[in-house]
Design a protein around this ligand. Structure first.
Ligand code: FES
Ligand SMILES: [Fe+2]
Length: 349
């Protein structure tokens, strides 16, 4: 399995790590401890005390420092041991690794590659839970399947018509007509119109409208998706091109797939709709229930797919016209991975 290491990975919801709290996470087979000091500074370190390899995520925050709660080694924010209880002399170079981390869009992001290349402008420019004027729903799922299979699922929404036939009840337009797909430097964009259907092609939904739907998918597994409805005839009047206004105005969802190990992943998702009244603070509960049902359909299918792959590792896939987006993205990942091995510290701009 190949992953781009020079990328920001979502480690956790920022609001789940309050001041003074300590959280163990896993990304790309590495155990990490993310903690927030009393003044609010985030730090990510290897989750393995230098003394006897106990997890620092079982430790406690002390002001701007983190103490291992096995025998009490104290670490500063650079990963250096600054106190060994019962011993005055601290040998040079006693430290654990530090991973660059930053807080954006309501998430904590960790850079898994060369720290010198960790530029915050490479955090995917997605709308998140820090936007005002929306109500939000959020959730997460742990998968017994590799991140790549989840990425492929999100990149190829032709599955919507079939896998989610009972939950999202969307028309077969999703599978029968292909989106327009464009490559970007660190991602792919997919756009499409639904003409003369219920919003987003939902079967039986009235009135009939034209819907513009788009998503952008960034390395290494960050998706943002939105749609907006228009009067009938708008899609043709625009020749199927992108409308001028902001599609995220009424609705957006941003999601992230973080590889924990080669065959497990954590899937984070948030949905936002425009706040209609001041007293409206929660995401519509019926809609949220449908989303959760739909996402469990994906999980059942993808985990079963992973088990099938494990039983027949040599079996090959067949590419179809609907796979274009997933193919472009896989190609981009390969290119970036190749660049990392030849030039491990790309210049930031
Ligand atoms: S294992 Fe951390 S102090 Fe001993
Ligand atoms: Fe799905």
């Amino acid at each position: 399995v190949t992953y781009v290491r020079n990328a920001w990975y979502v480690a956790a919801w920022a609001s789940d790590i309050g001041k003074g709290s300590v959280l163990g996470v896993q990304i790309l087979n590495e155990r990490l401890v993310v903690w927030r000091s009393i003044t609010g500074e985030l730090t990510t370190l290897t989750d393995r005390c230098i003394h006897r390899l106990a997890p620092l995520s079982l430790g406690r925050c002390e002001g701007e420092k983190l103490r291992c709660m096995y025998h009490g080694f104290l670490y500063d924010r650079t990963g250096r041991v600054v106190e060994i209880p019962g011993q005055d002399r601290i040998p040079d170079g006693l430290r654990v690794s530090v991973y660059p981390s930053t807080e954006r869009h309501g998430w904590v992001w960790v850079w898994m590659g060369d720290p010198a290349a960790a530029h915050t402008h490479l955090v995917p420019p997605v709308p998140g839970m820090d936007r005002s004027g929306y109500v939000f729903g959020r959730g997460q799922l742990d998968y017994n399947a590799g991140a790549r299979l989840i990425n492929d699922n999100l990149l190829d929404l032709s599955h919507t018509s079939f896998l989610h036939a009972k939950s999202f009840r969307m028309s077969e337009t999703w599978a029968r007509e292909h989106p327009k797909v464009t490559s970007r430097e660190r991602g792919v964009v997919s756009e499409r119109w639904f003409r003369n259907e219920g919003a987003l092609g939902v079967i039986g939904s009235e009135p009939k409208v034209d819907t513009y739907f788009c998503f952008e998918f960034f390395v290494h597994g960050v998706l943002t998706q939105s749609f907006k409805t228009y009067a009938l005839g708008t899609a043709d009047a625009l020749n199927g091109e992108r409308p001028d206004d902001d599609p995220t105005q009424e609705y957006f969802t941003t999601q992230a797939v973080t590889p924990l190990t080669d065959k497990t992943a954590r899937y984070f998702y948030m949905f936002a709709t425009r706040q209609r009244r001041d007293d409206q603070t929660e995401y519509d509960s019926a809609e949220w229930a449908t989303i959760e049902t739909g996402f469990s359909e994906d999980k059942v299918m993808i985990e079963a797919q992973q088990r099938n792959i494990d039983l027949a590792p040599d079996a090959r896939c067949v590419a179809t016209a609907g796979d274009k987006c997933a193919i472009l993205f896989t190609r981009l990942v390969k290119t970036l991975v190749r660049q990392e091995s030849t030039d491990p510290t790309p210049e930031g701009t």
